[in-house]
Design a protein around this ligand. Structure first.
Ligand code: NDP
Ligand code: 8X3
Length: 253
């Protein structure tokens, strides 16, 4: 039985990842998020429907001390973490740089970059001690291309890619795999969060095309995690068929 820690499991990709790994029957799960009720609900589903041993840790990944507390509490009952999926993240705001809110900058950088670093820094020593492990960072096509009104979100995902590559270099001598997944448009709560709760604007993002689903991204994670020991997937880029890149989508009316 392997142990996987997945951040941001209260919705979207994280929830789909947790269900996919639980369904495989090969994992004990540690799941995180800020919304306690949802987190407990999902933990209960994983235990009841998939007979999956699940530990739920409710904390804000932006808070370094909470990250340290969370990982220390994990270590009391787990001596092994085989897989870390750094998924928790968000975009906030869709304004041009000059009109954007610096609170949104903080939310994105603190969550997508610093939160990912805090958790990873805590887990890496354990993986080094094991001389094995697999870190999967959820990046984005925003880490590959930069688009209008997305400079800071794109910067945060470019940073995720740099961290992914840097970790791969520094951890290769310990037999630790480091992968990323770079999705295009996927319908989750992502756009509702990006539009600060405006459901109508969020729905318009996907109008006229079939976006990716969280399940599609879980397919990519499953592929990455089921390769043989000598095979490491660096990155999977995955777009809806109707999205050529961040600029060009073919929408049907
Ligand atoms: P969702 O909004 O559906 O899920 C985001 C998850 O991250 C939630 O579980 C949320 O939990 C958690 N999270 C956010 N902020 C924090 C925080 N400060 N502390 C702890 N957990 C946090 O979006 P997605 O599933 O779409 O997004 C998952 C990842 O995928 C993100 O990194 C995103 O950037 C990336 N991505 C998304 C794409 C898309 O089109 N949907 C495409 C490419 C990449 P809670 O609010 O309970 O804390
Ligand atoms: C989310 C995908 O295209 O909105 O990371 O940047 S996109």
């Amino acid at each position: 039985m392997k142990t996987a820690l997945i951040t941001g499991v209260t919705s979207g990709f994280g929830k789909a990842f947790a269900i996919r790994l639980a369904r495989s029957g090969n994992y004990k799960l540690i799941i995180t998020g800020r919304r306690r009720e949802r987190l407990e609900e999902i933990a209960e589903i994983l235990r009841r429907d998939f007979n999956c041993e699940t530990e739920a840790l409710c904390f804000d990944i932006r808070d370094r001390e909470s990250c340290e507390w969370a990982v220390q509490s994990i270590l009391e009952s787990n001596t092994h973490i085989d897989v870390l999926v750094n998924n928790a993240g968000l975009a906030a705001g869709t304004s041009s740089f000059d009109e954007s809110d610096t609170n949104d900058f903080d939310r994105m950088i603190d969550t997508n970059v610093k939160g990912l670093l805090y958790i990873t820094k805590q887990i890496v020593p354990l993986m080094i001690a094991q001389q094995s492990g697999h870190i999967v960072n959820i990046s984005s096509i925003a880490g590959i291309e930069v688009y209008p009104n997305g400079s800071v979100y794109c910067a945060s995902k470019h940073a995720v890619n740099a961290i992914t590559k840097g970790l791969r270099i520094d951890l290769v001598k310990h037999g630790i795999k480091v992968s990323s997944i770079s999705p295009g448009m996927a319908e989750t709560e992502f756009s509702v969060v990006r539009y600060h709760g405006d459901q109508e604007k969020a729905a318009a993002v996907y109008k006229g095309l079939i976006p990716l689903s969280a399940e599609d991204i879980a397919d990519a994670l499953e592929f990455i995690l089921t390769r043989p020991g000598h095979v490491s997937i660096n990155d999977i880029q995955i777009n809806p068929t109707q999205q050529a890149n961040t600029y060009i989508s073919h929408r049907k009316q």
